[in-house]
Design a protein around this ligand. Structure first.
Ligand code: ZN
Length: 423
């Protein structure tokens, strides 16, 4: 109610800017500290350009370019819808919204629970057309095998699953905001950090099996190769699973996730069927590189380093927005404002996070080269992956900077070619 000078949890603009800049600086420093030392081989971009020209037809390149242009447009639309919806809820104070907030404010905690669930549901509904556009695009280009019905069922399941943590998160945030006042960020940071650990640890065991069937990879040449490479790399992999990814898409992939006893290598069934043995070895060796370098812990460490200042920024920005709106400082208007600021902050901090991810991925490629000693396997794998996923082999630099979690195809081939020229 009081737009006057900053008091209590009100924050002036310079404190807000300083915290934001500080959070970004910590994230950049964390990337520098946590990025693995790349070591040899140096990359050979000229050789990579030759490989691309030899192995891809102009038609393949233009098909991928067309698919990726559409996919990027859909990605941008998705961001706009998400941020637009959240900004609308955070700042629009037309009569229906004021009435709704007043109603929810009668029981602030229950109000926050409902607001959290409502926002989650609304975001999911607003995103449905975009989800369908992405599905249609994938179908048109032969990347998605899933029919509309199952896809909608997946969307429904994902929507319902998302509501629960959103509602509980909103309830907890509200309770902490009301009780802890200026110390909100300290306890919120601890909770967010705990959540990051839990997700890393429990997601593969609890949530992933809801969407796919995971089966122990049966004895055979593939399993033996995984065990042989893991032995040579000197890493413990836990169990090796095959996942029925082909139910949804033709994507070729594998990953390692979980920590401690939930650690596992998961291989897409497509990869087992479609890769030759050198490609399969390169894929598995790359994943073992992640295990060897403790990359899950690196990712987690990045999160733990950036969370405190990130959450402090969210607290300051949310306080400023509530003040600007003349909202009840302790009412449910907090929830949409908080949702917007959290999403915005996470989006910005993800950019340095992606830089760390690209460094980690490049290192895993270099590890795979040293483990298998077969650059051809990695080159074939990258060419095959790019073709089957219709990847942009050399995406726009800005896009790669903002969203690229892996080095581009051409950069990955350049690493493999570099090891060839080093003999
Ligand atoms: Zn990787």
């Amino acid at each position: 109610m009081n737009p006057g000078p900053a008091t209590g949890r009100g924050v002036n603009v310079s404190a807000l800017a300083l915290t934001g800049a500080g959070a970004l600086l910590v994230a950049v420093l964390a990337v520098l500290v946590l990025s693995p030392d790349q070591g040899p081989p140096a990359s050979d971009p000229a050789a990579a350009a030759r490989v691309i020209a030899e192995r891809f037809t102009p038609h393949e390149l233009s098909e991928a370019d067309s698919y990726r242009s559409w996919a990027r447009a859909i990605g941008i639309a998705s961001l706009l819808v998400q941020f637009g919806t959240l900004a609308f809820l955070a700042f629009w104070r037309g009569r229906p919204m004021r009435r709704l907030l007043e109603r929810l404010g009668r029981h602030p905690l229950r109000g926050a629970l409902l607001a959290g669930a409502g926002i989650s549901l609304l975001l999911s509904l607003a995103g449905l057309p975009i989800d369908l556009a992405a599905w249609k695009l994938g179908r048109d280009f032969g990347l998605v095998s899933q029919a509309l019905g199952p896809r909608l069922l997946d969307w429904l399941l994902a929507t319902l699953i998302a509501i629960i943590p959103a509602a509980i998160g909103a309830l907890i945030a509200m309770a902490m905001w009301r009780r802890l006042k200026g110390k909100f960020w300290i306890f919120a940071s601890i909770l967010v950090a705990a959540w990051a650990v839990i997700v890393t640890w429990l997601w593969p065991v609890v949530v992933s099996p809801l969407f796919n069937d995971f089966e122990r990879l049966p004895d055979g040449p593939e399993r033996s190769e995984v065990i042989r490479l893991a032995d040579r790399a000197g890493v413990e992999v836990g169990e090796v699973y095959e996942v029925d990814a082909s139910r949804r898409s033709s994507t070729l992939n594998a990953y390692v996730n979980g920590i401690g006893s939930s650690k596992r290598v998961v291989i897409y069934d497509n990869s087992i069927r479609e890769l030759d043995s050198a490609e399969f070895s390169a894929l598995v060796a790359h994943e073992l590189g992640h295990v060897k370098a403790n990359d899950l812990v690196r990712g987690l460490a990045f999160a733990l380093l950036v969370i405190p200042l990130g959450v402090l920024f969210v607290q300051f920005a949310s306080g400023s927005a509530l003040r600007r709106n003349h909202d009840d400082f302790n009412g449910p208007a907090l929830i949409p404002v908080l949702a917007l600021m959290v999403t915005l902050t996470a989006f910005v901090l993800q950019v340095p996070g992606n830089a760390l991810s690209r460094n980690v991925e490049a290192k895993a490629d270099r590890f795979a080269l040293s483990l298998t000693g077969e650059p051809e396997g990695l080159v074939d794998l990258q060419v095959g992956l790019a073709k089957s996923n219709l990847s942009d082999v050399d995406p726009p630099a800005v896009w790669q900077f903002l969203f690229g979690t892996h080095p581009s195809t051409i950069d990955r081939i350049a690493i493999a070619e570099g090891s060839r020229s080093e003999g």
